[in-house]
Design a protein around this ligand. Structure first.
Ligand SMILES: [Zn+2]
Length: 253
């Protein structure tokens, strides 16, 4: 068993490694959010983490090729009018009944076939707009960074795996964190940003209200799952706030 003295040294090291983790970067302006953002990961690291995590998804699920091509055509239109058009976006449909969509850091977007099969083009565009908005806001790496600091685990990960091991560790961690979902505030912001992107690309922003109403109906029929409850604001609240936003904005965004 460790002595008290060793424990103190351990926590000192953890503290110093956390400090080193944040000391290496300066805040940069994020146009999607209209504010300075403090992200320790470089853009290249963010993209590498997202690509590695996407490989894990592709290893786990079957990719529906034709549906993915269709989704890509719509996704490119929306990404092209987003706040960051330079990222390597990709859009893939995975064979899975549960209705879901998610974005990984730096570009990859996935949608389940269960959701894809229910949506028309406008509805696909607003869902993709929402996921692209998570990417442009850098929500994934921001959450990963918060998690890292909380865990103060960086030193161990760096020593044990080198650069390759470190990125693989971040990718696996990012994937599990993203699947847990974002905060309610982040989701509501992303709903608004997502309809903006879809509208700029020529799609109907009110389609998002229709999709959320479909989700609410599904929740009523199936009963809310714990995961859904914990990761998203109540759907009725999202619908109410989005309707208010769309009405007030008069699409002037
Ligand atoms: Zn979201």
């Amino acid at each position: 068993m460790r002595s008290n003295n060793n424990k103190q040294k351990y926590w000192l090291l953890v503290f110093l490694s956390s400090f080193a983790f944040i000391a290496g970067c300066a805040p940069t302006y994020n146009p999607a959010r209209g504010e300075q953002q403090w992200i320790v990961f470089s853009r290249e690291e963010e993209i590498a983490i997202g690509q590695l995590a996407a490989e894990e998804v592709r290893a786990e699920f079957e990719i529906c090729e034709e549906r993915s091509q269709y989704l890509t055509r719509i996704g490119r239109k929306v990404a092209f009018v987003s706040s960051n058009i330079a990222l390597p976006y990709s859009f893939q449909v995975i064979k899975e009944e549960e209705m879901n969509a998610f974005a990984l850091p730096g570009g990859p977007v996935f949608m389940t076939s269960g959701l894809f099969d229910e949506l028309d083009d406008d509805e696909l565009a607003v869902i993709l707009g929402h996921e692209i908005a998570h990417i442009t806001a850098r929500h994934g790496v921001e959450r990963l960074q918060t998690h890292q600091l909380r865990q103060a685990f960086l030193l161990g990960a760096m020593v044990s795996g080198g650069e390759v091991g470190r990125m693989a560790y971040f990718a696996a961690t990012a994937l599990s964190i993203i699947m847990m979902g974002y905060s309610q505030e982040e989701e509501l912001w992303t709903d608004r940003q997502g309809v903006k992107y879809a509208h700029r690309a020529g799609f109907d922003p009110w389609a998002k209200v229709r999709v959320l109403e479909m989700f609410r109906e599904e929740e009523r029929q199936k009963g809310l799952s714990r995961r859904w409850l914990s990761t998203h604001p109540p759907t009725a609240e999202r619908i109410k706030l989005l309707k208010e936003y769309l009405t007030a904005s008069k699409f002037d965004f």
